[in-house]
Design a protein around this ligand. Structure first.
Ligand code: DX5
Ligand code: ZN
Length: 234
């Protein structure tokens, strides 16, 4: 059975209504989300603050798909077990969060969760060369982490393509995060990304009481990405 690299769309709830996460999560999953991306920020590793373990625990019962927790925090090791206990399915730590990333990945794997490793735009892929057997996912940041609605950093496309070649046929997803829209989705998909995080491009035009635009936005991103992959394969 070959590894499933079909395109997955992971809306980031950072762009959802902060007064209504339960209903927003249910709405975006009903409208076609494959994963739910939860951006954890500590005001130290990134200049913004979001969700502690209790908040993630509160989201858990509303998530029917995959709860994909992106830890933009440093230090990260002391909090891994708490986010695992809160119900994360995937726990992604930043390579830049501390000096012992191999140990961090061991700690995530020890919880039984899927392990992700995130690279900031300034970090090269040579940093992951000896870690590819420790991860289920490598997250290439296509913005500087901390906020939704930022501009896509196009030079990351070359990094994605080189990472895709480095991964080879290992069962490792490439996730991209930041500035993903129907316009940038085909670029990252053609380069080799298969899990696309999108916040502002999904949570726009709709609401929990009128969620249809969420579905249109997800379909626009997915269709553009899949067309690029098909075009590449042709
Ligand atoms: C940024 C977060 C991203 C962000 C994406 O630090 O990690 O997940 O929410 O937002 P958009 O899709 O609006 O760029
Ligand atoms: Zn994120």
């Amino acid at each position: 059975m070959s590894f499933d690299r079909s395109i997955r769309i992971a809306p980031s709830i950072l762009s959802a209504d902060f007064a209504d996460f339960g209903r927003e999560i249910r709405a975006v999953e009903d409208q076609g989300a494959d994963w739910v991306h939860v951006d954890v920020m500590d005001g130290h590793f990134v200049p913004n603050l979001t969700f502690g373990p209790p908040a993630v625990k509160a989201f858990r019962p509303h998530v029917k798909t995959v709860m994909d927790v992106h830890l933009m925090i440093a230090p990260v090791d002391p909090y891994i077990e708490a986010y695992a206990a809160a119900g994360a399915d995937v726990i992604t730590a930043h390579l830049e969060a501390g000096p012992h990333v191999h140990r961090t990945l061991q700690a995530i794997r020890a919880t039984g969760k899927k392990a992700g490793l995130a690279l900031n735009p300034g970090t090269g892929i040579e940093a992951v060369e000896y870690l590819l057997d420790m991860v289920d996912l490598v997250l290439v940041m296509t913005v500087n982490p901390g906020f939704g609605g930022q501009k896509f950093i196009a030079p990351q496309l070359e990094k994605i393509a080189k990472l895709r070649a480095m991964i080879g046929d290992r069962p490792v997803h490439i996730q991209v995060d930041g500035g993903i829209t129907p316009e940038t989705a085909p670029l990252v998909a053609a380069a080799g990304a298969d899990v696309l995080v999108a916040g502002s491009a999904v949570f726009t035009g709709g609401s929990v009481s009128a969620p249809a635009p969420y579905g249109n936005n997800i379909r626009a991103i997915r269709t553009a990405a899949e067309a690029a992959v098909a075009g590449k394969a042709a």
